[in-house]
Design a binder for this molecule. Structure first.
Ligand code: SAM
Length: 281
């Protein structure tokens, strides 16, 4: 494990009990809400949509929707998906993280989420094609290139061929990033992504980029002034502005689909899978 990753795991463990409060305070409650909505709606859309490939089968036809949250932290997304459910579809949500204490928070919050302690960059402890959907919110920007490609290649392996992977990352086109693509943020490695970076990362790990939506166009404190509901709606409007939208959004929501080309397993060769699950899946 890299120096940055060891440090990240220590920090996440130390901050687990306050993580969500800190997140809302530093990024804004409306932002937290908007981000969770983006993931939830994308998951819902996918579950309600026809399966690609012209089979005519709907996603609802599947018995249980198996969803994996990679780098779940204290479960902002995983617990929300498990809480809201997905219409008539049955769901099983697994939250994976390498921070033990973050997973303890999830277990306290939601009995409906299975937790799995593992380092995503060292391999995911699941069989091929185990999940129909994978979500990964604000994680891959903290992985150096080699770890990032390994983690995503593993996501591809455990995802069904007709599945989806939803990511969110720092936006490298954001006006305030001033062309800086890589830096150390509070001791954590951080990477900002431009569209060509996303395409490269996707194709190297066996995916293609289907949709990119910028978000967080406004300052965190705006929600206090105009109310979170309005701030979320305004942010959604900004996300549609042609030309400006990629410059004003601090983050990118990215939807990936498995590419037809086979996965490049080379990234995995060096990875020893030493992951362990604290809940059976
Ligand atoms: C910024 S937090 C995001 C947490 C959560 N997805 C959310 O949006 O609230 C990044 C999370 O990724 C986890 N993480 C980072 N690298 C990881 C790795 N290699 N394997 C598993 N988890 C990792 C960290 O422990 C942390 O909980």
């Amino acid at each position: 494990m890299s120096f940055y990753q060891r440090r990240e795991r220590l920090l996440r463990d130390a901050a687990a009990d306050q993580f969500e409060d800190w997140y809302r305070r530093s990024k804004g409650e409306w932002f937290d809400w908007r981000e969770r909505l983006l993931f939830l709606r994308a998951v819902e859309r996918c579950v309600n949509a026809k399966v690609a490939g012209g089979s005519g089968r709907t996603c609802r036809d599947r018995e249980v929707w198996k969803i994996l949250d990679v780098g779940a932290g204290t479960g902002r997304i995983a617990c929300e998906v498990a809480r809201v459910g997905l219409g008539q579809a049955q769901t099983s949500v697994v939250a994976l993280d390498f921070s033990h204490r973050s997973l303890l928070v999830i277990q306290r919050k939601s009995a409906g989420v299975l937790v799995c302690e593992a380092d995503a960059a060292r391999g995911l402890p699941f069989a091929d094609g185990s999940f129909g959907l994978i979500v990964c919110c604000q994680v891959v920007q903290h992985l150096v290139l080699e770890d990032r490609l390994r983690a995503l290649t593993e996501c591809r392996r455990v995802l069904r061929d007709d599945g989806w992977l939803f990511l969110s990352v720092y936006n490298g086109h954001y006006w305030r990033s001033q062309g800086i693509q890589e830096e150390s943020l509070g001791g954590l490695y951080a990477r900002r992504f431009r569209l060509p970076d996303l395409k490269y990362m996707a194709s190297e790990s066996g995916f293609s980029v289907e949709r990119v939506e910028p978000y967080k166009h406004m300052p965190a404190r705006l929600g206090n002034l105009i109310g979170s509901g309005l701030a979320v709606r305004l942010d959604g409007l900004f996300a549609k502005l042609p030309l400006l939208r990629m410059r004003t959004g601090a983050y990118l929501f990215v939807a990936l689909r498995p590419a037809t080309r086979r996965v490049n397993r080379g990234h995995l060769e060096a990875a020893a899978s030493d992951a362990s699950c604290t809940s059976e899946h």
